[in-house]
Write a protein that binds this ligand. Structure first.
Ligand code: S3P
Length: 456
């Protein structure tokens, strides 16, 4: 494995050189056989959080053991929960809603926006204070979107400039129930308000003009919360009754469609591929990529559709296909918000032009995913135009990309940029060098092993 260097300022302002795990992803040949991606990240976070708030023992199987979910588990331990793995099962002993303890040191959220924003919601209605810290990527991300509604509920905040981490917050008991219309389509903001509502007297209401992933709603109901969803005038109105009592559950986490996405696109763009990806979560609020790739002509077949842990899943058979460029309907964005980086790779190999717009949210993810993907794909030889709220990509018509020579592509601490460009490497002549593969461990620790196995 090649090593590149990054400079890091230590507390004593010394500069030390830390090697980053760079990697050149080569064109390896078709993807075949069967594989299973790790558990869904969103559901994994929530299973730990809700288990930690239930009284008694919650058992979780299929948990994603990535760094982001481990950050959630560490934080819940610091606030009183017991969380341990025995055999293949995670056992979570909760403290009860209202029972979170004062953490004695800062909560280190690493790279994880989901951990940060959902836990801010929990702390907001408990009589505790907490300091949130994170890595360089997370420390740039906007927290104002949760500070605003949680302040209305009574929580107090001291944030860094621009509403970022490090941030200290003080929960309020009793918190004030609010009705909040989401100004951005964000499941994290929705969930933060609903989780604050768990320990708030009365009814807390969130209005969603555009539906986003509904795992919090499904799982809170499963854990026994009184939660109603009403559809009115094209909006979703979600009401949760506070001072809830959560009952421990057995949670089976389905495979993560956002992780499956890399293998779906890899198989579609690599000649000769015929791959089955087992146990992929197909919640309609997450399945946008599959619909878009089918619209582009991708052969994706659902086998054995069933239910796992209250979520629809299927095995997906994916075969190499010549994709056609399309204009992607921006209305589909929330149901594939994390999949755009790898869709851009698919578009770079398609016939004709793919246009996307309405994707401002991509600029505030783990990196600015519009500029990071435009730069990375252009370095690999793709023809890309960056617009304010989307990319326009002129595909190769199925020919491989030239690949990178010289400079590696920059991942900006973003796991999805690293994995997307790994997939681009498969469909390139010279391979694609990625400067830092370490962020992959946040969401998909065995990505490299599965990629090697599928192309062996
Ligand atoms: C997530 C919501 C999405 C998504 C993130 C996980 C969640 O973020 O990008 O990876 O688990 O609620 P936003 O709420 O910021 O869209």
């Amino acid at each position: 494995m090649a090593l590149s260097k990054a400079a890091l300022h230590t507390a004593s302002t010394q500069i030390v050189e830390i090697p980053l795990p760079a990697h050149r992803f080569q064109p390896l040949g078709p993807l075949t056989g069967r594989l299973r991606v790790p558990g869904d990240k969103s559901i994994s976070h929530r299973s730990i959080m809700f288990g930690a708030l239930a009284v008694g023992e919650t058992r979780v199987t299929g948990l994603l053991e990535g760094e982001d979910v481990m950050a959630t588990a560490d934080a819940m331990r610091k606030m009183g929960a017991t969380i341990e793995k025995r055999g293949e099962t995670w056992h979570v002993h909760g403290v009860g809603v209202g029972g979170l303890l004062q953490p004695e040191s800062p909560l280190d959220m690493g790279n994880s926006g989901t951990s940060t924003r959902l836990l801010m919601g929990l702390v907001a209605s408990h009589a505790i204070s907490a300091t949130f810290i994170g890595d360089a990527s997370l420390s740039k991300r906007p927290m104002g979107r949760v500070i605003e509604p949680l302040s209305q509920m009574g929580a107090g905040f001291e944030a860094s400039e621009g509403g970022t981490l490090p941030l200290t917050m003080h929960g309020s008991v009793p918190a004030v129930p609010i009705t909040y219309r989401l100004p951005v389509a964000s499941a994290q903001v929705k969930s933060a308000v609903l989780l604050a509502g768990l320990n708030t007297p009365g009814i807390t209401t969130v209005i969603e003009p555009v539906p986003t992933r509904d795992h919090s709603e499904r799982m809170l109901r499963g854990f026994g919360a009184e939660l109603e969803v009403e559809e009115a005038n094209g909006e979703r109105i979600i009401r949760i009754r506070g001072e809830a009592e959560l009952k421990p559950q057995q949670v089976v986490v389905p495979g993560d469609p956002s992780s499956a996405a890399f293998f779906i696109v890899a198989a579609l763009i690599t000649e000769g591929s015929d791959l089955v990806i087992e146990n992929v979560g197909l919640n309609p609020t997450r399945a946008g990529l599959i619909a878009v790739l089918r619209q582009m002509g991708g052969s994706i077949e659902e086998l054995d559709r069933r239910e796992v842990g209250g979520e629809p899943v299927a095995d997906l058979r994916v075969r190499h296909s010549l994709l056609q460029g399309i204009a992607v309907d921006p209305a589909v964005a929330p149901s594939m918000i994390d999949e755009f980086p790898v869709l851009f790779v698919a578009a770079a190999l398609a016939q004709g032009t793919t246009t996307t717009n309405g994707l401002d949210e991509l600029r505030v993810k783990e990196s600015d995913r519009l500029s990071a993907m435009a730069a990375a794909l252009m370095l690999a030889g793709a023809r890309v135009e960056e617009r304010e709220d989307g990319l326009v990509i002129h595909g190769t018509g199925g020919d491989p990309l030239p690949g990178t020579s010289g400079e590696p592509v920059t991942t900006h601490l973003d796991h999805r940029i690293a994995m997307s460009m790994a997939v681009a490497g498969l469909a390139s002549r010279a391979g694609v060098e990625v400067d830092d593969t370490s962020p992959i461990a946040t969401s998909f620790p065995n990505f490299m092993t599965l990629l090697e196995a599928a192309t062996a």
